[in-house]
Design a protein around this ligand. Structure first.
Ligand SMILES: [Zn+2]
Length: 211
């Protein structure tokens, strides 16, 4: 049940290529790109294609260069998987009763309201040396690894975006059951102390008045 280690294993060896506007716009090469198996993704307005052949990568890198287009290639360990949401739910039971808990603000969430967040974002894993250093240290080879996924509410997920820094600490700590329980028990203990103090002050006030 808890043995899943992300989607990296079955996707290993896959390389994701992206061609975008450079000195020349991809628009002028659109039919050629299409014939070469690239597909235009409207969301980022770039041309995408997967391959397992490193020679292909060099061929298209060369093609892009000759045509004045921008080219990047990532192996699949640094691209957003298709099944990371399933990976997360396979490895994580609800934390309190039937509720999941946002790792960032500790809000209780029903499964349908959970957004699964890449703690080290896909974007950072592609471009940021610190992020890659951290992944090495934590022995997380794939950005879609369960250990890099946490539960987040929509608000926290959109506020975080691909930010790093303290968000990473909050994500990695906030996915731990002990931390969540610690926060809840700590909050309840503080409330009890607070209510006790208020009662004490009020009863003292009452005594002062009655003198
Ligand atoms: Zn939240």
């Amino acid at each position: 049940m808890n043995s899943t280690n992300g989607t990296g294993k079955n996707e290993s060896g896959k390389i994701h290529m992206i061609i975008s506007d450079g000195e020349t716009r991809t628009y002028y090469c659109r039919s050629e790109l299409y014939n070469k198996g690239f597909r235009f993704i409207r969301k980022d307005e770039k041309w995408h294609r997967d391959t397992t052949d490193p020679l292909f990568v060099e061929k298209y890198r060369d093609y892009a260069k000759r045509n004045g287009l921008a080219f990047v290639a990532y192996d699949s360990t640094r691209t957003r998987g298709n099944s990371y949401r399933d990976t997360f739910f396979e490895a994580n039971e609800p934390m309190i009763g039937k509720y999941y808990v946002c790792a960032y603000c500790f809000k209780l969430l029903k499964k349908n309201d959970v957004t699964v967040d890449h703690i080290i974002s896909v974007n950072k894993s592609q471009k940021n040396r610190m992020a890659n250093w951290l992944m090495d240290r934590m022995e997380i080879s794939n950005v879609n690894d369960e250990r890099n996924l946490c539960c987040a509410c929509r608000e926290c997920n959109s506020r975080k975006g691909s930010k790093a820094g303290l968000w990473l600490l909050r994500g990695f700590l906030g996915k731990k059951k002990q931390v969540i329980w610690g926060v809840y028990i700590g909050t309840i203990a503080m409330l009890i102390v607070l209510v006790g103090t208020v009662i004490q002050i009020l009863s003292k006030g009452g005594r002062v008045k009655s003198l």
